[in-house]
Design a binder for this molecule. Structure first.
Ligand SMILES: [Mn+2]
Length: 399
């Protein structure tokens, strides 16, 4: 697999020079300053690409080309947003960029309850605690119907956390800020009232409606991607279950299969994120890597340790080779897919992968980075993953 590294642009505390020292071969990035629904222009793409090239790297993968809330809800300017999305694909292909990741999660891009959970070794990791999340949902957001989404033990634990908020023993505002950090754009600009308004846009949109909107989106953009030779790849839901009453439709193998079959084109592919999918004990990741393999265009390797076998559950972001996912088996399955592609003469035999998040280790603790996008933590992750790949290359991948 090709070793890539996510970079958020010139204001990212982890620089392109850092990415090179970590051994990255290519860059994953986006025009993060542009609003969803606005077309990316050739000039803006070329400017970003020139900065990356000046650092001796190349822009291999777009992550993400955002799908607007209007498209997901089929309201407002959604048809114009679809046209803009196609225009962006045209401009990206003209710049030679042919792997485009996106997601179809309503409102929330990703959700954690602790961005710096202390680990025994002195570093920190991101964590999702189900009781904390329920405390936010039931006692801070006060969402109607929230109590129906958690079991009795979780609700009891959530009530105890909320009581601690009242006594000042825990900070409801900090928990709110952490959960809102997963909202797209500038998290500081979101309030609980904004979140309620964003959730209200999905009143009456159930999972079947959202899946249909998703298929409609694919039918509108996949022919363009096919013509341009672009591989679109959808990132799974993170975490992979419904949150805050919002429907989620990319959480399981069955979800992926439904979407890949609905628009059956090589251009309609998957981002295989072991970190997101691995938060469910019922996702068989090595098996999914093998079965979805021909349609995987981009790989995120990350490991989580779950709090239990249930869904939903708590989890934290463990080291890349630790956690509950058998990372060696996943990498072997993906490398076997690459071998099949090479044998079939596919031009996209080598899949781009990146270490998806790292813990905060050593100087990461004082340097600052976007949540999960540390320098040393990801360098460690990439080095460990590279070691697995190099070993499997040497000893051979089981067919
Ligand atoms: Mn990911």
């Amino acid at each position: 697999m090709r070793q890539t590294w996510r970079w958020f642009g010139s204001d990212d505390p982890v620089t392109l020079a850092d990415a090179r020292q970590a051994g990255a071969e290519g860059i994953v990035t986006a025009l993060h300053h542009l609003t969803p629904g606005v077309a990316w222009t050739g000039a803006a793409i070329a400017q970003h690409q020139a900065v990356i090239r000046a650092a001796g790297l190349d822009w291999d993968v777009v992550e993400s080309l955002p799908v607007s809330e209007a498209i997901k809800t089929q309201t407002g300017d959604w048809r114009a947003h679809l046209a803009a999305w196609r225009d962006s694909l045209d401009a990206l292909a003209a710049a030679g960029i042919r792997t485009v990741c996106y997601n179809f999660m309503p409102v929330l891009d990703w959700t954690r309850t602790d961005l710096a959970w202390p680990l025994d070794h002195g570093g920190t990791a991101m964590r999702f605690d189900l009781a904390d999340f329920a405390a936010f949902d039931v006692h801070v957001l006060g969402r109607a119907g929230a109590v129906d989404d958690y079991d009795a033990a979780t609700l009891d634990a959530a009530a105890a956390r909320a009581a601690a908020f009242d006594k000042g023993a825990a900070d409801a505002a900090a928990l709110t800020r952490t959960i809102i950090a997963g909202l797209p754009g500038s998290a500081e600009s979101w309030t609980v009232a904004d979140l309620r308004a964003a959730l209200a846009r999905y009143d009456g949109i159930g999972p079947d409606d959202l899946r249909q909107h998703y298929v409609d989106f694919l039918e509108a953009v996949v022919p363009t991607a096919e013509r341009l030779g672009i591989g679109l790849c959808c990132h799974p839901d993170d975490p992979p279950w419904p949150l805050l009453g919002l429907p989620r439709v990319m959480s399981t193998e069955a979800d992926y299969r439904a979407i890949l079959d609905a628009v059956d084109s090589p251009a309609n592919g998957a981002t295989f994120c072991t970190g997101s999918l691995g938060a469910r004990a019922d996702n068989d990741l090595p098996g999914m890597a093998a079965r979805l393999g021909p349609r995987i265009h981009f790989v995120h390797l990350r490991n989580v340790r779950r709090g239990g076998a249930g869904v939903p559950t708590s989890f934290f972001e463990d080291a890349h080779l630790d956690g509950d996912t058998d990372m060696v088996a996943v990498i072997a399955a993906l490398m076997a897919e690459e071998a099949r592609r090479r044998a079939a003469g596919r031009a996209d035999a080598e899949m781009p992968m990146r270490p998806d998040h790292g813990q905060a280790l050593m100087d990461d603790l004082t340097r600052g980075a976007r949540p999960g996008y540390t320098a040393i933590g990801r360098l460690r992750g990439l080095a460990e993953l590279r070691g697995v790949m190099r070993t499997l290359e040497s000893v051979g991948v089981p067919a």
